[in-house]
Each structure stands twice: as structure tokens, then as C-alpha cells.
Design a protein around this ligand. Sequence first.
Ligand SMILES: [Zn+2]
Length: 180
Amino acid sequence: MLGDDTTTERRLRLLQAEFTQHAKTGPGDGRTATRTESPAPLNLAVIDRIHAAVHEVIEHTRTADRSHPAGPAPADAARVYDWARQHTAHLDTEHQQARETLIYRQGLEHAITMGDTTVVRRHPCPGCGCWGLAWRPAVQRAACPNRYCLDDDGLSRSWPLATLAHRHIARQFATKSSAT
Ligand SMILES: [Zn+2]
């Protein structure tokens, strides 16, 4: 079993609770005449993100093994990660690792969507190994705090979440295979 198996599902449930249910039971609950609709655009953006994330997992699962069709995805969106694991559990380690990398990366995305950007700090910089990565929303990347960690243009190095997820899960799989 991998360490934080349920984290991504839990974060997705939090996102759903925060952004898709508030929309129906917003402040005022009908008693005030001047109800504002201001939270709507944010909610819609988050709902779109949730749909895109779930769709990505479904597509990834279906293309992983075309000879054993995965069947309909679960109606409860947050169950999609368990569903993906069930339908790819028989595949080789490479597939397992790719699936876990995708799920882990989505967990980071869900946390950041909820405003918790500290999740990137739990990863060492892939370039220099130092700690203290900071999320840069404008570029959607985690930037290294080490001023000597620079790219070819002399700029601070920064990393997409996919790179952090790839390295994190690769380490987990390396630990797992050396333990058996
Ligand atoms: Zn660095």
C-alpha cells in the first residue's frame, strides 16, 4: 500500500463540499431580496476543474488497458481514484506508477485550488535538492528558493506539479521494490 492513498479523494471531496454545495445553499437562503451571485464564477471554475480532473483519470484508465474495458465510471466523482486503481491493478509496475503519479499530482492540484499552496514545500527541489519551494500562481509552478539554482537563462528554476509528482511517486516505488 502506498502512504497517502486516500488524500487525493479526500481533497476532491473537500473541494466538492466547499464549491459545489455552497452554490445551492448560499448565504441569505431566500430571505433577503438582494441576493448576490458573486461566488458563482469561482464555483464554476472549480467545478470545471473537478470535471477536467475526473475526465483525465477516466481517460487514463481506459487507455491503460484497451483489452479489458473499464466500464462506466462511478457516479460519485471522488470514487474515480479507487475505480482507476481497481481497473489497473493487474497491469505492470510502470502502469501502476503512472497511475499513482497522476493521482498524486491531482491531489496537489486540489490542495492548491483550495488555497493550500504549502503542499509544494513537502518536496525537495528537483534541481538542487534543497527545501522551501514556493508556489507561483502566475506561472503555475513551484520555484526554488536557492539563488544559485538557476536555469540556462540565469533565472530561478521552477517546476510544474507533474515533475514534483513524478519524482515523489518514483521514490515511493523505489522504496517499495527494494523492500520486497
Ligand atoms: Zn533548486
